[in-house]
Design a protein around this ligand. Structure first.
Ligand code: SAM
Length: 259
């Protein structure tokens, strides 16, 4: 238990940021204007929230699952207009319904569910989505997998699916000592901007083909994607390549040509 009577719940991935200069730096990198609806996932004790409420926005909604943190957030929201506290599990929200125009999603995400949450915001039914940007903190190793390029060992399903819908920029490295309790690994903040390169792409089909290709990572695609040999040939993709050698564009083109 900490001096503020808050029990740290490991099960909720609670690592609170205590370094105010890091939070200020991050907040400065977050692009908002007077029309922005900020959605913060896992505000915790409100460390980042306190920076966000200094920015321009139309509305801020914070989504926190832990009961013991709600009271603090209510105090923080006193006197602030358009500040909504949602005492909810962010995993159970239907973001197809929930998101509004001009929203941005921000969060020092609980490391244990960060990829699941990211996939929810990438697999939305409508594309481009209603959010303009996402600013999200991941475990560094997960972040590196998200931004990995083809040819790299870290490149895989997470990289391809995410990059098929967003441009991703590395914003900040968060050393583990800025968190309390200190996690075993560093974090990384990424900025996601939805792009419109593959508007006709069926992302579920893309996922299926990527799963198939990477189910046998060491094998050449002529084995794992044998049933699509004609399409590989049509796209002049060398079937002696391994799954990590194909670019996001090649996976997307392959998917677009599938029935
Ligand atoms: N934003 C705060 C900070 O930077 O200090 C806290 C970040 S901490 C890594 C993750 C936060 O997400 C915790 O407050 C935790 O209770 C909350 N959380 C964990 N799982 C959640 C879920 N499924 N839905 C909503 N909040 C969740």
């Amino acid at each position: 238990m900490k001096k503020d009577n808050i029990f740290v719940k490991k099960s909720l991935g609670q690592n609170f940021i205590t370094d105010v200069s890091f939070l200020r730096k991050l907040s400065l990198l977050i692009d908002t204007n007077k029309k922005t609806s900020i959605i913060e996932i896992g505000p915790g004790k409100g460390a980042l929230t306190k920076q966000l409420i200094k920015k321009d926005y139309n509305e801020i909604s914070v989504i926190e699952k832990d009961d013991q943190l709600i009271c603090n957030l209510q105090k923080l929201s006193e006197g602030i207009q358009h500040f909504n506290i949602l005492h909810k599990d962010a995993l159970t929200i239907d973001y197809n319904e929930f998101l509004k125009k001009n929203s941005i999603i921000v969060g020092n995400l609980p490391f244990n569910i960060s990829s699941i949450l990211l996939m929810k915001w990438i697999f939305l039914n409508e594309w481009p989505p209603l959010y303009k940007k996402m600013y999200l903190m991941f475990q560094k190793e997960v972040g590196e997998r998200i931004i990995a390029s083809h040819g790299s060992k870290k490149y895989g399903r997470l990289s391809i699916i995410t990059q098929s819908r967003c441009e991703i920029k590395k914003l900040l490295i968060a050393k583990s000592d800025i968190f309390v309790p200190r996690p075993k690994v560093d974090g990384i903040v990424l900025e996601f901007t939805p792009h419109k390169k593959y508007l006709d792409l069926n992302i579920n089909k893309l996922e299926m083909i990527v799963r198939k290709a990477f189910s046998q990572r060491r094998k050449k695609i002529k084995t794992s994607l044998a049933e699509h040999a004609d399409l590989l040939e049509f796209l002049s993709i060398n079937s002696n390549l391994r799954p990590e050698d194909l670019s996001v564009q090649q996976y997307c083109k392959l998917t677009e040509l599938m029935n």
